[in-house]
Design a protein around this ligand. Structure first.
Ligand code: ADP
Ligand code: MG
Length: 249
């Protein structure tokens, strides 16, 4: 598979009033086309910082980020940040409006996505009428509306209860695969990462280095909910849990 992105020795320090905070010590990994990569690591280790740098919202302090082409990026956050006063359809059209790309074709693409992913009857409703899982699906469709090549997902499911999270992980996974996107997801949920990813990058505590990269090979790999039942699942879980070295005090 073609490489989409290579990150080499990425470093990031924040300069604050209380001095320098080194978030990333040295982070290196690559991402291949249509791959689903998860980044896991302890809270505060620099996971979101990596996505912010990839999205161009933060400057790196050092290191190299090489995209193999001029890719467009979509960013989906934990908080779905839907506007309550806009209908579901109008929320999904927001990115196109902002980018002045609200053409007839693009609007049709958004309507097609809403229909394909079970939101046809809710297009003219306001977000308050939707469940948490549906809102998250709307947020994903809004992110897909501008047809980004690479999707960045930052704890996109964390705000949901456990049951909804399992269901929406399956939905999000299916949509990303069917639309043929490359995805980089940050999560602190090891099981979520194993169930969805091709590879997992495990970070150390801050300042982050890459501790390990796992190739998630499961027998009969299919959808995230199904993948949780694979026999290798618990072995990956135990190994990553040990890497994260979580101490309960
Ligand atoms: P994670 O997503 O892994 O929980 P973050 O990437 O959000 O961690 O943050 C890593 C570290 O960098 C934290 O100590 C955080 O407080 C600090 N940090 C993140 N963004 C900023 C910022 N804009 N200014 C100062 N410090 C920041
Ligand atoms: Mg974060």
């Amino acid at each position: 598979m073609n490489k989409v992105l290579t990150i080499s020795n990425l470093e990031k320090s924040f300069h604050t009033r209380d001095g320098e905070i080194k978030a990333l010590e040295s982070v290196s990994f690559d991402v291949k086309e249509k791959e689903f990569i998860s980044i896991v690591g302890p809270s505060g280790c620099g996971k979101s910082t990596i996505l912010s740098i990839l999205a161009g919202l933060e400057e790196k302090s050092n290191g190299e980020i090489n995209f193999s082409k001029d890719y467009t990026i979509g960013y989906m956050l934990q908080n779905d940040s839907l506007f309550e006063w806009r209908t579901v359809l109008d929320n999904c059209l927001l990115g196109l409006e902002i980018n002045k790309k609200l053409t007839k074709e693009n609007k049709e693409y958004v309507i097609h996505l809403l229909k394909t992913y079970g939101l046809e009857d809710f297009m003219e409703e306001y977000p308050a009428r939707l469940s948490g899982g549906m809102r998250q699906r709307v947020a994903l469709i809004r992110t897909l509306a501008t047809k980004p090549d690479i999707l960045l997902l930052d704890e996109a499911m964390s705000a949901l209860d456990y049951q909804s999270r399992l269901a929406i992980s399956d939905d999000i996974f299916r949509i990303i695969k069917r639309e043929g996107k490359t995805a980089i997801m940050v999560t602190h949920d090891i099981a979520e990462a194993i169930s969805m990813s091709d590879r997992i990058v495990v970070l150390s505590k801050r300042p982050a280095i890459v501790k390990k990269i796992y190739d998630i090979k499961l027998s009969n790999k299919s959808t995230p909910i199904h993948n949780r039942k694979c026999k290798e699942f618990s072995e990956f879980y135990d190994a990553i849990w040990r890497d994260l070295d979580v101490h309960i005090q």
